[in-house]
Write a protein that binds this ligand. Structure first.
Ligand SMILES: Nc1ncnc2c1ncn2[C@@H]1O[C@H](COP(=O)(O)OP(=O)(O)OP(=O)(O)O)[C@@H](O)[C@H]1O
Length: 248
């Protein structure tokens, strides 16, 4: 698999104590279609790292490359149309659902793919939605899925998903997991999921990135991470081992 994103020695300083790092020495690669769960206790900087990868925030140290080209060479909007961040708190743009679905295409100068929008809405349980409805009137879960579809319509190479199913009912959550797994397989879209739901992490990832102590402490195959975590911090983070999970 070709390397899509290369993350080299990225560090971010704490804004409340600039002599200390929120995280440092983060080095990793993301390949096309790779499915990664980004795990760790609250406040490790998982969201901050993904926002840096989407160029919505800047690192204090280190380099980011997309398809081998340094981030400084990419226009930010071109980068963001390829590496799309979906926030936990979906922000709807003014206007209707349809305006929301169309706006990102307009912003990035792409034709609006209505059949794809219809297909995504149906797949995520929004097939009966009135597209003329003001987006501000949607429920939290409807906003979250509409925001996700807005990003999917860009056909990004990487989707950075920040607790995107947090306000969804179990059925809708499953629909999102299935649809994004299908995108990763079909389109080769890399999916990075921040989640606190360990069952979800198992369903949606082949690789785990575990953040702890200001480092990207483990990068492991998902099965190996859950069955045989290599660090004490990861062992503490995971629930008590179930029968059969070997630990050193
Ligand atoms: N430079 C910084 N950039 C972002 N957050 C910072 C910074 N310095 C300190 N912080 C603090 O560190 C924490 C980082 O939050 P962030 O959302 O990135 O972590 P997280 O691991 O995603 O947490 P959660 O799992 O709760 O969403 C916040 O409490 C924030 O106030």
């Amino acid at each position: 698999m070709t390397v899509l994103l290369s993350i080299q020695q990225i560090a971010k300083r704490r804004f409340d104590a600039p002599d200390r790092y929120l995280f440092e020495q983060v080095t990793a690669e993301v390949t096309g279609g790779q499915r990664i769960a980004v795990l760790g206790v609250s406040g490790q900087g998982k969201s901050t790292l993904l926002r840096i990868l989407a160029r919505l925030d800047v690192p204090d140290e280190g380099k980011l490359l997309l398809q081998g080209t340094d981030s400084a060479t990419w226009k930010p909007e071109e980068w963001r149309s390829r590496v799309s961040y979906v926030a936990q708190q979906a922000i709807m743009l003014p206007g209707s659902v349809e305006d929301n679905l169309r706006t990102v295409s307009l912003l990035h100068g792409r034709p609006f793919d209505r059949p794809l929008a219809e297909q995504c809405m149906a797949a995520l349980g929004l097939g009966d939605m009135d597209w003329k409805k003001p987006a501000a009137e949607l429920s939290g879960g409807e906003k979250q899925r509409t925001a996700l579809i807005r990003s999917l319509l860009l056909r990004p190479q990487a989707l950075l998903l920040d607790e995107v199913t947090a306000s969804l009912d179990p059925g809708s959550k499953l629909a999102v997991e299935r649809e994004l797994n299908a995108w990763a397989r079909r389109e080769g879209t890399a999916c990075l999921w921040i989640t606190h739901d360990l069952e979800q992490a198992r369903q949606v990832s082949d690789t785990v990135w575990f953040m702890s102590g200001g480092r990207l402490l483990e990068q492991a195959d998902t099965q190996s991470f859950f069955h045989d975590p290599q660090t004490e911090a990861a062992r503490q983070f995971l629930p008590e081992p179930s029968a059969g999970r070997g630990r050193h």
